[in-house]
Design a protein around this ligand. Sequence first.
Ligand code: NAD
Ligand code: LMR
Length: 328
Amino acid sequence: MNKPIKLTITGAAGKIGYDLLFRIAAGNLFGPDRQVEFRLMDLAREDIQKKLTGISKELEDCAFPAVAGVTVTGDPREAFDGSEVVFLVGSKPRTAGMTRKDLLSDNGKIFKEQGKALNDVASRNVKVLVVGNPANTNCFIAIKNAPDLDKSCFSAMLRLDHNRSIGQIAKKLGINPGEIRKMTVWGNHSSTQVPDISYCENNGGRIEGQIDKEWQRNEFTPLIRNRGTEIIALCGASSVGSAANAALCQMRNWYSGTPEDDWVTMGVPSDGSYGIPEGYVYGFPVTCKDGKYSIVKGLEPDEYIKKCMMLSFEEIREEADMAQELLN
Ligand code: NAD
Ligand code: LMR
């Protein structure tokens, strides 16, 4: 039998962490029979640790066969010790009237501290998925603070934008979302992101010819860019179920691979592709195999998309400049 996978969720007492935990424990990430040793981490405050203990008891009460053990902690080093799969969720969510960038001053330092802890104690093959916002820049901060880990151990969550895009295209065409392949969301997980349907296919071939450009630019793109804000306005809090689902989807593809003839969007450190300077964490189309991701090469975005891609990159660079003192 395989050894249990050591898996950490930070912010496990928060909304997304709670949802994610039970879905993984039920087998939605590695399958129902693959054993997982859970490390649930959140702030070391007494009330929060008490809540985590309660959550760990709820997990016992599910009697999931995949749960090999549960540790509850407020210490990142204990949480990441030997970890192979890590979800960095723990951080403040934004509220109405804020941009994700506004979270940087509070959240950025969390990813500095946790990057250092990962560097010191995590498995050398760890897969770290940064969910906490602003996700691209928090991931960049964590990478810079983990110089002994390969930067390909990290990715930022752009899967929610990817899934949202597929959902809207399916709705527009009146088809099943499962039919849509090769969606791409370039750039930052923010209002400058660039959902790009140019390469999307369904069973009828390329979908671009089936959808008019006017709708793409004037309705679809703004809807995807502002969907997080729309959810906050309607629910009074940022997305939870769709965010936990996206985290699961992104990690599942990273761990188990992408299907033949398809790709997914992940925020990954640029290798210089598509004119995005090396090292910055940017949304790219990627394929995954044997636990590694590779940026899809050779696409030819049109002039309009290229211009939007660079605008989104400029925002990422601006955020990196704002986080300068956290980068080493
Ligand atoms: P939440 O407030 O419900 O939970 C956050 C949890 O993080 C809390 O339990 C808090 O105590 C904990 N926390 C704070 N600082 C911590 C630290 N240093 N170490 C460990 N835990 C810490 O928030 P939520 O709704 O679960 O959202 C979490 C984050 O995910 C937010 O930053 C939100 O903006 C982000 N998010 C990202 C995406 C995306 O697509 N990338 C989507 C949705 C939400
Ligand atoms: C989202 O896109 O729903 C999340 O990033 C939460 C937010 O702040 O919008």
